[in-house]
Ligand binder design. Structure first.
Ligand SMILES: NC(=O)c1ccc[n+]([C@@H]2O[C@H](COP(=O)([O-])OP(=O)(O)OC[C@H]3O[C@@H](n4cnc5c(N)ncnc54)[C@H](OP(=O)(O)O)[C@@H]3O)[C@@H](O)[C@H]2O)c1
Length: 324
C-alpha cells in the first residue's frame, strides 16, 4: 500500500503523520505520478501551521516533486505513461504516488536528474519570475537578496549574477556567508551580527540598491526599505521570521517614492504557457551551468517532521529533498 504524510490537525512538525493511503486513480485530465524525489519548501510550514489556507483537513502537504508518469486519465495530452516529469505548486506532494492535473506537469530534460528537479522547480521558477518578470532586474543593477544561502536565495543569487546584476546577500553565520559568496554574491552581510542598512550604504556609496528580495519578513522588512535607492522596489515574497505588521504607506513617500509588492509564484505561472515558459528558462540556466542546484540535505519521506524542524531552525542550506 502506498504511504503519505498526512496532516489531520494544524500545528507543529509533530502533526506530520506517515500513513497508508489508497492507490490513487487518475480522473479525466489527470496523471498518476510515482515520486522519486519530493521538494521541501517553507510554504509547507506555513500550510502546516495554518498561516496559509489549506484545502480542509485531513490533507497531504507538499507542493513540489519529480517522478514517473504511471497512468493517465481521459483527455490527457501533455504527458504519457513512462515520462519523467516534475511540477511545483500542486498540494499533495508528500506521498509515494499521487494524481494531479496533467497540465501542471513538465517533462524533464535528460540532463536534469530527479533529485535536482525536485530541488529546483518551485524555488527556481520563483527566482525566474522574481528576477525577470516581477523586478525586471537589469545588468549593472545593485540588488539585495536576503537568506542568500537558502533554497530560493541560492538560485536567485546565481541567476541574478548571470543577468549581470551586482548581488549583495544576507545570511546567518559564517558558514552560510561562505555559501552565499559561492552563489555569486559580491558581498554578503552576516545579519546575525552586522547592521544591514549601514553595510548596504557602505557597499553602494550611500546610493542604496535598486531592488530588495525579502523572504525573511518581520525581522528584515524595515531594514529592507532603508536599503533602497529612490524609486527602488521591495519584493516581499515570504516571511520565514514571521509576518510583517501593517505598514503606513506614507513611509514609502518619505523614504524615496518606493515601490513594494507582495508577489506569489502562483500568479506568475497561472496559465500553462506561463508555466512552460518559466520552466524552460529555468531548465536553460541549469543546463548551461549558470545556475547550480545544491541539494544541501535529504531526508526519508517518513522523516518529514525532522526536515521541517531543520528548516524552521535555520539548519538547512540550499534545497532539501525528501525521498520516498
Ligand atoms: N512568494 C513566492 O512566490 C514564494 C515562492 C517560494 C518561496 N517563497 C518564500 O521564500 C522563502 C524561502 O523559502 P525556502 O523554502 O527557499 O526556505 P529557505 O530560504 O531555505 O529557508 C529559510 C531561511 O530563512 C532564513 N531565516 C531568517 N530568519 C529566520 C527565522 N526566524 N526562522 C527561520 N528561517 C529564518 C534562514 O537563513 P539564515 O540562517 O541565513 O538567516 C533560513 O535558512 C520563504 O519565506 C518562502 O515562503 C515565496
Amino acid at each position: 500500500m502506498p504511504k503519505a504524510i498526512v496532516v489531520r490537525e494544524l500545528g507543529g512538525a509533530d502533526k506530520l503523520r506517515y500513513e497508508d493511503i489508497p492507490e490513487p486513480v487518475p480522473g479525466p485530465g489527470e496523471a498518476r505520478v510515482r515520486h522519486t524525489a519530493i521538494g521541501l519548501n517553507f510554504v509547507d510550514v506555513y500550510i502546516r501551521t495554518g498561516l496559509y489556507k489549506n484545502p480542509g483537513l485531513p490533507f497531504v502537504p507538499g507542493q513540489e516533486g519529480a517522478g514517473i508518469v504511471e497512468a493517465v486519465g481521459a483527455n490527457v495530452t501533455e504527458v504519457k505513461v513512462g515520462d519523467r516529469v516534475a511540477y511545483a505548486g500542486v498540494l499533495g506532494a508528500y506521498a509515494d504516488v499521487r494524481t494531479l492535473p496533467a497540465a501542471r506537469l513538465l517533462r524533464l530534460p535528460d540532463r536534469i536528474d530527479d533529485r535536482t528537479a525536485a530541488a529546483m522547480m518551485l524555488k527556481g521558477m520563483t527566482a525566474e519570475y522574481l528576477l525577470r518578470r516581477c523586478a525586471k532586474v537589469q545588468p549593472g543593477d545593485a540588488i539585495l537578496v536576503h537568506a542568500a544561502a537558502g533554497g530560493v536565495g541560492s538560485l536567485a543569487c546565481q541567476w541574478a549574477r548571470a543577468l549581470g546584476a551586482r548581488v549583495i546577500g544576507t545570511a546567518g553565520g559564517p558558514d552560510k556567508v561562505a555559501r552565499a559568496l559561492a552563489n555569486g554574491c559580491s558581498a554578503v552581510i552576516d545579519y546575525q551580527r552586522e547592521d544591514i542598512v549601514a553595510r548596504v550604504r557602505e557597499l553602494t556609496d550611500s546610493k542604496g540598491v535598486a531592488v530588495v528580495f525579502d523572504s525573511v519578513g518581520r525581522t528584515t522588512f524595515s531594514a529592507s526599505l532603508d536599503c533602497l535607492r529612490p524609486r527602488g522596489l521591495l519584493a516581499l515574497f515570504g516571511q520565514s521570521s514571521g509576518t510583517v505588521p501593517p505598514v503606513d504607506l506614507s513611509l514609502l513617500g518619505a523614504k524615496g517614492s518606493l515601490y513594494v509588492t507582495r508577489p506569489s509564484l502562483w500568479h506568475y505561472i497561472a496559465t500553462r504557457d506561463e508555466l512552460v515558459e518559466s520552466a524552460a528558462a529555468l531548465f536553460a540556466v541549469v543546463a548551461s551551468g549558470e545556475v547550480r542546484v545544491e541539494v544541501g540535505q535529504t531526508f526519508a519521506l517518513s522523516d518529514a517532521a525532522a526536515a521541517h524542524e531543520a528548516l524552521e531552525q535555520r539548519k538547512t542550506t540550499g534545497s532539501t529533498v525528501l525521498l520516498p
